[in-house]
Design a protein around this ligand. Structure first.
Ligand code: TYM
Length: 331
């Protein structure tokens, strides 16, 4: 049975981009594949979070995952730092990752620009840790959003390189997973350009209250409106339609599309509808998040069970890797 691995950084609340880019596909997959879903707390160290924030975020994100419908009885749900084998594989894989290719990664260049005073080695080798996360469970499929395409391409490169270097067939070459016939998903933010992101300040979180959602959506950037029938939508407007597409009914999207095309659209109405549809979509998830956050015992049970299952799989692969490389015991 194909194996699936996906993860999320523990840097803040899950937002609509995370849900529609990765979590939604994963939920579908957990019924058909051998699935691993984890919280990448080590990855989030690249931004130097305050320790008690880091811990609090891990708990929050775990509750949010489960609230979305990830089932710990079906999938292996775990926290990255609970599986030390990942860190060892990361170290081993670092030996075959080259400075030039790491420096050329878009996400590294972006981060180096965003945090010029903290361009640490963890940022540079971020794709190596991500590759270790994936290949340690010998994943075939990785449900991720469009923004992770390059990181996943690097994971493919590292897996292929390892197999070639040692003349083995140890790692499957992982593929991004998208529903048939679809492209990788990119959910836009509310600020008119770019993707929805935790650090961009343009996200609607699954845990946001209806009041927060209305406030954020009503502030979304628009333009002065179409001037000619059937004109192409500029990016800021297309972004709002992309959001409508994922949360609203097709007839709602068609209604506003028609209004745009005949130049009668009022963006205020579109935003009001979008806000209500987001609230309708997130309300049951938010309710579950609150319930789960109040149940520490359940969350720790899930994390413990997940850690055990993930370690069993990871330690098996690591042993094989050590054997292949020649890191063997004398006793
Ligand atoms: P992260 O935490 O930024 O995002 C988690 C998942 O959400 C997707 N995503 C989006 N998809 C569409 N539109 C958006 N606006 C959007 N924003 C986020 C991401 O593509 C991702 O799938 N490096 C990863 C975490 C990670 C990982 C892994 C993922 C670490 N190891 C191994 C898969 C496999 C990250 O920072 O995702």
């Amino acid at each position: 049975m194909p194996t699936v691995v996906s993860g999320i950084r523990s840097t803040g609340n899950l937002h609509l981009g995370n849900y529609f880019g990765a979590v939604k596909n994963f939920i579908e997959m957990q019924h058909h594949f051998d699935t691993y879903f984890f919280i990448a707390d080590l990855h989030s160290l690249t931004t130097h979070p305050v320790p008690h924030h880091l811990f609090g975020n891990v708990k929050q994100v775990l509750a949010e995952y489960l609230a979305c419908g990830i089932d710990p009885e079906k999938a292996t749900v775990f926290i990255q730092s609970d599986v030390p084998e990942v860190s060892e594989l990361y170290l081993l894989m670092n030996m075959n990752a080259y400075l030039g290719e790491l420096e050329r990664t878009t996400s590294f260049k972006d981060k180096a620009r965003q945090q010029p005073d903290n361009v640490n080695a963890g940022l540079l080798t971020y794709p190596v840790l991500m590759a270790a996360d994936i290949i340690i469970h010998k994943a075939h499929l990785v449900p991720v959003g469009k923004d992770q395409e390059q990181n996943l391409e690097m994971a493919r490169t590292f897996a292929r390189r390892f197999n070639r270097m040692y003349n083995v067939d140890l790692f499957p070459i992982p593929r991004p997973y998208v529903f048939e016939g679809q492209d990788m998903v990119k959910i836009p933010g509310l600020d008119g350009s770019g993707k929805m992101g935790k650090s961009e300040g343009n996200a609607v979180s699954l845990a946001d209250s209806p009041h927060e959602i209305r406030k954020k959506v009503m502030k979304a950037v628009t333009d002065s409106g179409p001037t000619e029938p059937n004109q192409q939508k500029p990016e800021v407007i297309q972004n709002l339609f992309t959001l409508l597409d994922v949360v609203s009914k097709p007839d709602v999207v068609a209604h506003f599309d028609l209004q745009y095309n005949n130049c009668s659209i009022r963006y205020g109405d579109l935003k009001k509808q979008l806000a209500e549809d987001i609230i309708h979509f997130t309300a049951p998830i938010r309710e579950k998040i609150e319930m789960l956050l109040a149940d520490d015992q359940y969350l720790s049970k899930v994390a413990k069970l997940g850690a055990e299952k993930a370690r069993a799989s990871a330690s098996k692969t690591l042993l094989e890797v050590r054997e292949v490389i020649g890191v063997k015991k004398f006793y």
